[in-house]
Design a protein around this ligand. Structure first.
Ligand code: TYD
Ligand code: MG
Length: 466
């Protein structure tokens, strides 16, 4: 009997090696190599697979490349999913025949999102929902609770991928959902479901059938503890689009973010809210991240963050208080901690606000992650407002990056940000100097220094320089 050959695969990026390696040379992960036993090759070759008898000759008639300008143009056709937010993240709707991967933590709502989408799509198309994790009865119970309804949705509770492929070829749906790629398996492979080789083979087999039958496929992928999709690059390379579904456990809003998209921009964001009857689209997400502006507290400031091309008005809250410990506490939620510490230092050194003996806390309302520098000015103003116990004018938004020298730097997409703020009723914006676009009816106050911004936003609270 032929000896089965073993090789080693990196569980993070899928890199292969004939021997075990402590550190992956491709992705740098430690201890990620696991042994894989080479699978016995089945007698029947898969379509397109070379058999050992095939010899590789140069083709008698070489294939001809064609100039790009001569490639026939076909009008791009997109299928509306029924969810405007999902369409936006996909780059304007579903591209027929594409392969979309949806990743996210367990319990975040991936199955709910796909089931609702399947129901909406099934009003006009034939849709197959394959659940490898729940029984058909469980899915039916869930579907009955959801708001959306579908007429021709087909369900298949199956983990054996051979059966799933047969059903895809038999039913020939326009759209199919596989929930999840880690739970389906090929019985002919010896490795466990969810292992790198299973995930890779299953995805490749699904892709072959989908491309042949022109089926749009949505795959659910689980995320590992480290926050990457299990067997991540293996999957991410194969598929056309990768979306991440994110959210906090105790908050109801969910963000659907594109991290790879062959048919549209990445970092585009869709906003949903998890309710009793499933996921509801949030048309005006800024309202979600903005608490009532009537009862403003000292230390709150409004900023406009941009998620992809989507502006979101977010309220930042700061609290500074005398420390009761030896070294002051610095805690931030929703903003980057390095920027936060930098802003505290700039406020102390350039503006003269003595913060080194004070505890400082900053949080974004709704726990939204605002990682961009355009939030700096808002963070600085909120901290200064809390220090002086002043309320920032609730109709003012703050836009700008703060440099180490205390200067306010230009940021991108100012026009988009101003438009969103104006839409929500803000009447004044403090922004970096140099913007020459429309004001959308707002009073614009350009500034070059953080001190100027503080004087404008907190009149009387910060002394102007001599
Ligand atoms: P689910 O879609 O099963 O998550 P995933 O597939 O990502 O693991 O969502 C599970 C959570 O969503 C569960 O904790 C309950 C909650 N949920 C609601 O709050 N409302 C609903 O209508 C549904 C269907 C689920
Ligand atoms: Mg699920």
């Amino acid at each position: 009997m032929a000896k089965l050959k073993t090789h080693f695969t990196c569980s993070t990026c899928g890199a292969d090696s004939p021997k075990w390696l402590g550190k992956c040379p491709e992705c740098g992960a430690w201890n990620s190599f696991t042994e894989q036993v080479a699978e016995p090759v089945s007698a029947a070759p898969r379509p397109g697979q070379r058999t050992s008898k095939t010899t590789i000759h140069a083709p008698a008639q070489p294939l001809q490349s064609i100039p790009l300008s001569l490639v026939e143009e076909t009008a791009e056709f997109r299928l509306p999913s029924g969810y405007a937010e999902l369409d936006r993240v996909l780059g304007g709707g579903i591209v027929p025949g594409s392969l979309v991967l949806i990743g996210g933590d367990p319990g975040i709502g991936k199955s709910t999102l796909l089931l609702q989408t399947a129901q909406l799509l099934s009003q006009r198309h034939r849709v197959l929902y394959v659940s490898a994790e729940e029984s058909a009865r469980q899915i039916k119970l869930r579907a009955d609770r959801l708001l959306s309804e579908g007429s021709s949705l087909y369900l298949l509770a199956e983990t054996d991928l051979e059966q799933v492929l047969l059903e895809l070829e038999h039913l020939r749906p326009q759209v199919a959902m596989i929930d999840s790629i880690q739970a389906v398996y090929f019985g002919s492979l010896s490795s466990a479901p969810g292992s790198v080789s299973q995930v890779r083979e299953c995805t490749a087999a699904l892709m072959r059938v989908a491309k042949r039958e022109n089926i749009t496929l949505f795959l659910v992928g689980h995320v590992t503890k480290e926050g990457t999709l299990a067997g991540p690059r293996v999957l991410e390379h194969l598929v056309d689009t990768v979306l991440y579904f994110e959210g906090e456990q105790f908050q109801s809003h969910r963000l659907l973010r594109s991290v790879k998209n062959r048919f549209g921009a990445t970092q585009e964001v869709g906003v949903f809210e998890m309710a009793d009857r499933g996921l509801i689209e949030v048309e005006n997400p800024s309202e979600l991240f903005l608490s009532s502006r009537e009862d403003s507290n000292p230390g709150t400031a409004a900023i406009v963050a941009c998620e992809g091309t989507r502006p979101l008005v977010v309220e930042l809250q700061a609290l500074v208080s005398p420390t009761s410990y030896g070294s002051p506490r610095r805690t931030c939620t929703g903003i980057e901690s390095n920027r936060f510490l930098q802003i505290l230092a700039v406020l102390e050194k350039r503006v003269g606000i003595p913060l080194s003996k004070l505890d400082a806390y900053v949080a974004s309302a709704g726990g939204l992650n605002v990682a961009e520098p355009a939030a700096d000015l808002g963070v600085a103003v909120a901290i200064a407002a809390s220090f002086r116990d002043r309320v920032v004018d609730p109709n003012t938004v703050l836009i700008g990056e703060v440099g180490l020298g205390g200067q306010v730097r230009a940021v991108s997409q100012v026009e988009l940000r101003l438009k969103e703020a104006a839409k929500l009723g803000f009447t004044r914006a403090v922004l970096p100097k140099g913007y020459g676009g429309p004001s959308f009816g707002m009073q614009l106050t350009p500034v070059t220094k953080l001190l100027e911004a503080l004087i404008v936003a907190l009149p009387g609270a910060v002394a102007a320089p001599d």
